[in-house]
Design a protein around this ligand. Sequence first.
Ligand code: UT7
Length: 331
Amino acid sequence: MQKNYGVKFLSFSGALPSKVVKNTDLEKLFDTTDEWIYTRTGIKERRVVDNGESGLSLSLQTAKDSLNKAKIDPKAIDLIIVSTATPDKLYPSMSCMLQGLLGASNAACFDLSAACSGFIFGIATASQFIYTGQYKNILLVGVDIHSRFLDWNERSVAVLFGDGAGSVVMSSCMAKDDELMGFILRSESDTKLDLTLDNENVTFSQFKNQISPNFVKMNGKAIYQFALRVVPEITNQILDKVNLSIDQIDCLVLHQANQRIIDAVSERLNIPKSKVLSNIQNVGNTSAASIPLAIVDGIKSKRIKSPCKMLLIGFGAGLTWGASIIDCNIN
Ligand code: UT7
């Protein structure tokens, strides 16, 4: 592709709700143990929205932080993309609501739905507007509030998810300074409905019936196997595409779905554990926010050192999966 401009990643940020739910709190809700959850998933605790917090309030917090760090005035933002599968409202979009709170009056806004791959799909989408010269500054937010859509009696799903938001400002630079080395996006229709969140329970003729709650439904084993199939495959494809070998990658940031998936994939890829980021223990699976939150954690813990070639990989409902390699001076 002919690139007229390059992409710079200016500032990763994240925001988490204040309420912590520990595994031991879940022991009081249903038949589970801290030990089962930790050994099967690597999760110890997660955050959930409470006391007026929402997807929008977390998005605002992380977006403001990204803009401040990037020293970008909200009015200089040309486009806001919010990747989410659990918006506060079906409409208006999260991005339009965020625009108003930020005062980003010159931005076009839309939400993007690719579930846990949302941040990777967002990076790819934003980059096209920058490469063509259409837009200069783009705010990308990944946010999901799964706690509203979990059946808190269904132990195999409820233990996995946490709420959160993460963001980055992507700006144009000279083509030779492009920090996005490449990306691949993939989809495969989930015909067996292994991972779903319905929104179609009430029809015209049923409207008098009680609305049944819409909860996440998941065939955990199928999704686990899907991840172990596609992640190593897409890693090899993206490394080929950008002409790098796995040992030239400084940092692997895999969607934080389950520590066992992270460990199994790292082993198959033969990448040392020291290069693999993980924050799932404290936040659980935060879906579209998981990759930026893991990056922010890696920056804080100094596991990401600048400059850094990062391999980012998302996978999730759809089914969707995607990878990108960015080579950036992180801040
Ligand atoms: O963002 C992408 C979305 N999701 C994922 O990536 C999830 C991928 N899948 C997974 O992470 C795993 O499949 C789970 C963590 C969801 C489940 O782990 P598993 O090793 O596949 O467990 P399982 O479903 O095979 O269940 C094993 C046993 C069952 O009992 P029996 O039939 O052996 O008696 C379950 O009923 O563990 C039981 N079980 C639990 N026990 C205690 C299931 N959930 C729990 C629980 N506490 N929370």
